[in-house]
Design a protein around this ligand. Structure first.
Ligand code: ADP
Length: 153
């Protein structure tokens, strides 16, 4: 029992977040150097529900989070009147956890706040994303390996 409990305790946000070790990097929007065309290319080449926004590719410092559906509408509007496409749709305080946060706390936050996604940072730098579905998959995995997981208490 002790070993099992230890296992649940040791799963942290970094173990569940995407990208995984050999995955391609997170698809992000950079605040400093992207044109509407660049953003359009991202939206049409990926299917993610949303995209973290960072200051620059080099810094990876998190600015916020933008939903795909809002971006699509905003790109459409930008064609009509030349305007910043992120200004009104960017969530400037997306929920974040650090990579060291125990998954049981992450699960709790998702449940209590009804989150769809949560960003993972380390010293303010964006590392990854955890979606509601990632959390549900993690819970299902835990349930298979550990029916008495503390996640369900
Ligand atoms: P869902 O998890 O509901 O399928 P998404 O389509 O947004 O939602 O995400 C699919 C997978 O890709 C998830 O495992 C998620 O962690 C990951 N993901 C989400 N957004 C991004 C992104 N901008 N860049 C890279 N991976 C992402």
């Amino acid at each position: 029992l002790e070993a099992k409990e230890e296992f649940s305790h040791k799963t942290r946000a970094m173990d569940v977040m995407r990208p995984r070790k050999n995955d391609p990097p997170l698809t992000v929007i950079t605040q400093d150097a992207m044109t509407v065309e660049d953003v359009e290319a991202i939206v049409s080449s990926t299917t993610y529900s949303g995209y973290p926004v960072v200051v620059s590719r080099a810094s990876q410092r998190l600015v916020g989070f933008v939903l795909r559906r809002d971006l699509i509408i905003s790109i459409e509007n930008a064609r009509k009147k030349q305007d910043g496409i992120l200004r009104s749709i960017l969530d400037l305080s997306p929920f974040t956890v650090t990579d060291e946060t125990p998954m049981e706390i992450v699960v709790d936050i998702f449940r209590k706040l009804g989150l769809r996604q949560c960003l993972v940072t380390h010293n303010g730098k964006l590392l990854g994303i955890i979606t509601k579905k990632d959390v549900l998959k993690h819970i299902a995995q835990m349930a298979n390996q550990d029916p008495d997981s503390i996640l369900f208490n």
